[in-house]
Design a protein around this ligand. Structure first.
Ligand SMILES: Nc1ncnc2c1ncn2[C@@H]1O[C@H](COP(=O)(O)OP(=O)(O)OP(=O)(O)O)[C@@H](O)[C@H]1O
Length: 444
């Protein structure tokens, strides 16, 4: 096997790799493959090799370039990409995006988000990227040096099924093979001047650190690429473990006792997985360590532990995650009989009824009907002959955690509580059978 490879010219290695990736992905005749074309050597080689293979593969090849407007050369890059496509008879989709220079995520990350959003608009079955093995190894090193966990260290995949699927046909190839292909075919490409700027940590790693590493460990790049594939597998397994643990803990609202029966590592893994499923970044490990510590110290207390963007809430036997945003206390408003009134991020809807809800006559007799938050001393009698219960008791019984209580809507009729959202109506305001009534509902 090694002997065959040694005899194969480097540029042919690239072509074989691309053909192999198409076969592995199952790219079918009639499908459309779109090359994400930056104009750099990697995606230019990808475009050229796919153009050579399209007759045999029967797929349609198109290309897309995203103009970020960040470099003085951006217009020239776009034109170079257009020219490369024209020369190969490939349909070209140019996109211009706006990147906010003050984006809190950083310029590079903002450009990446805008680029991927633009590429997602190309009608195609597959989006093909020019990443190669050196990119894979550098990305792993870079992330490890920033303290990545298993997810961060998990490498890119050569084939990611989806709509469209993603292909990285050059992922198994060294950068040298890609450049050899470009030279052998007399290709021209653009050089992004920012790739040479060693003020960017990523470039410093590529130009200074990786060569030293490879001198000392000649197989460093393929070894790092293999390691990133192992991390990917481990990440998949951690996701599967989280799913099993969630199911064993009762599903979305987790059973606190069951959860605390797991090891700290598994609790953190499950929380991390759930947070990512909400589309958020997993919190720093130290924050999760502290959250699990607090859950164990006070296994029965109501808790709302901020984890950065998300809060881990525990109340009675349940534990769940919710957006960390402060829960605003809405202002009181007079109710004049409107069908609905806004309440926080939701609304309170008043539906006409007969023999149900609050007595319309009692509401009409009142001097003032207010929709507002709870007040000190609020109490409510739920049934005739039953004792008046404090707001705190009512909330405890209804399982409403302390941090949500200020945001419950209360209908206050001449100073008395007639209805409390999530709790119910006061006996003295309830309408009799056959009497016209109003049923308030908090929609949130
Ligand atoms: N401006 C662009 N327009 C279209 N495709 C691009 C552009 N820039 C990069 N790409 C595609 O993305 C691949 C990787 O590019 P690069 O290494 O610069 O980005 P990255 O930020 O490391 O990767 P990623 O965007 O996947 O996170 C390129 O080989 C190319 O296929």
């Amino acid at each position: 096997m090694a002997a065959t490879r040694n005899r194969t010219p480097p540029e042919a290695v690239a072509e074989e790799a691309v053909a192999g990736a198409l076969a592995a992905a199952g790219v079918a005749p009639g499908e459309t493959v779109c090359v994400a074309l930056s104009g750099g050597v990697d995606s230019t080689v990808l475009l050229h090799s796919l153009a050579r293979l399209r007759g045999r593969g029967g797929f349609t090849l198109v290309a897309a370039h995203v103009h970020h407007g960040l470099s003085a050369h951006a217009d020239a890059w776009l034109e170079a990409c257009r020219a490369a496509c024209d020369a190969l008879g490939v349909v070209f989709h140019p996109f211009r995006v706006q990147v906010r220079c003050d984006d809190p995520a950083g310029l590079e990350a903002a450009a990446r988000v805008a680029r991927h959003a633009a590429l997602a608009r190309v009608p195609c079955d597959w989006l093909a990227f020019g990443h190669h093995q050196d990119d894979q190894a550098e990305t792993l090193m870079f992330r490890l040096l920033r303290g990545a966990g298993v997810r961060g260290a998990a490498g890119m995949m050569a084939v990611e099924p989806g709509m469209p699927g993603r292909l990285r046909p050059l992922l198994g190839l060294r950068r040298a093979h890609v450049v050899a292909y470009a030279r052998a075919h007399g290709l021209t490409w653009v050089e992004d001047e920012s790739n040479a700027d060693e003020r960017f940590a990523r470039n410093l790693l590529r130009h200074r650190v990786m060569p030293v590493l490879e001198d000392a460990f000649p197989a460093a790049v393929p070894a790092l690429a293999r390691a990133s594939a192992q991390f990917r597998e481990a990440d998949v397994l951690l996701g599967e473990l989280a799913q099993l643990d969630q199911a064993a803990c009762g599903g979305a609202a987790l059973e606190r006792k069951q959860l605390l029966g797991l090891s700290d590592e598994r609790v953190r893994n499950l929380l991390r997985w759930r947070i990512r499923a909400m589309g958020l970044e997993a919190p720093a490990r130290a924050r999760l360590v502290e959250a699990v510590r607090q859950l164990r110290v006070a296994p029965e207390e109501p808790l709302r532990l901020p984890l950065g963007g998300v809060a881990c809430c525990a109340y009675r036997g349940r534990l769940w995650l919710e957006a960390e945003a402060e829960i605003p206390v809405p202002q009181a408003t007079v109710w004049h009989g409107e069908a609905e009134l806004p309440w926080g991020a939701g609304k309170v809807v008043f539906v006409e009824a007969v023999g149900e809800g609050l007595s319309r006559a009692a509401l009409e007799r009142a001097q003032e009907v207010l929709l507002g938050p709870r007040w000190a001393g609020l109490a409510l009698r739920e049934g005739a002959g039953r004792p008046r219960r404090s707001f705190k008791n009512l909330c405890q019984e209804a399982g409403i955690p302390s941090w949500l209580r200020d945001s419950l809507p209360v209908l206050r009729v001449d100073g008395a509580a007639a209805w409390v959202g999530e709790i119910g109506t006061a006996a003295e305001f309830r309408c009799a059978p056959g009497e016209p009534g109003v049923v308030p509902t908090w929609e949130h």
